[in-house]
Design a binder for this molecule. Structure first.
Ligand code: URA
Length: 196
């Protein structure tokens, strides 16, 4: 299945109650062959109106953060744990996260990125349960060939000025981590080949 086909299915999903409240589902957007996928929490008001991820104030800040490392939206993929906006932007509920899980799983399968960047608590909990963001931000874990890198949510840095420096420093670590991930992938190629 292509990402476009998958996102078509997401846009008409009714697997949980949020499907009844949304204006538009927000599947995600960016490059199908992206090496990095950024994963936020859930669409907000602006995203729900436009059907596009991170297009409100938090999104504008995410764009700035990406530009710090010379990247733009077309170079990465941007998605969310939930594809539909929770009413009044309340926190995602466990049953909503469960119902929506398969969509993000399938997106990651199609894109097959080297690196997944979690933005905020819910995205962190989805991939690295039991970790706390205060401790884990700015650190990476390698699980099954994918690097999971933890960052604060850009909206948190907008609300709390003191987090700005932290989130920007964390963003600046990404290029080196990605280069390391590529080296590891290169090194493991001959090994894989000799196995077959
Ligand atoms: N916050 C998120 O987590 N995701 C969006 O798409 C927008 C704001």
């Amino acid at each position: 299945m292509t990402l476009a086909e998958l996102n078509e299915q997401i846009s008409v999903c009714q697997d949980c109650e949020l499907g009844r409240y949304r204006t538009k589902a927000v599947p995600g957007e960016g490059a199908e062959e992206a090496e990095i996928v950024f994963i936020g929490e859930a669409p907000g008001w602006h995203e729900d109106q436009q059907g596009r991820p991170f297009v409100g104030p938090a999104g504008q800040y995410l764009d700035q953060l990406l530009s710090l490392i010379g990247l733009g939206r077309k170079d990465v993929y941007i998605s969310n744990v939930l594809k539909c906006r929770p009413p009044q932007n309340r926190d995602p509920l466990p049953n909503e996260m469960k119902a929506c899980q398969r969509w993000l799983d399938q997106q990651l399968e199609v894109i097959s990125p080297r690196m997944v960047v979690t933005l905020g608590r819910y995205s962190l909990a989805r991939f690295l349960p039991g970790e706390t963001i205060g401790k884990a931000h700015g650190t990476a874990r390698r699980v099954g060939g994918i690097i999971y890198y933890v960052m604060y949510h850009p909206a948190a840095a907008l609300h709390q000025q003191s987090l700005r420096k932290t989130i920007e420093e964390d963003m600046l670590k990404i290029p080196r981590l990605l280069a390391e991930a590529e080296e590891i992938a290169e090194e493991s190629k001959p090994q894989q080949l000799t196995m077959f």
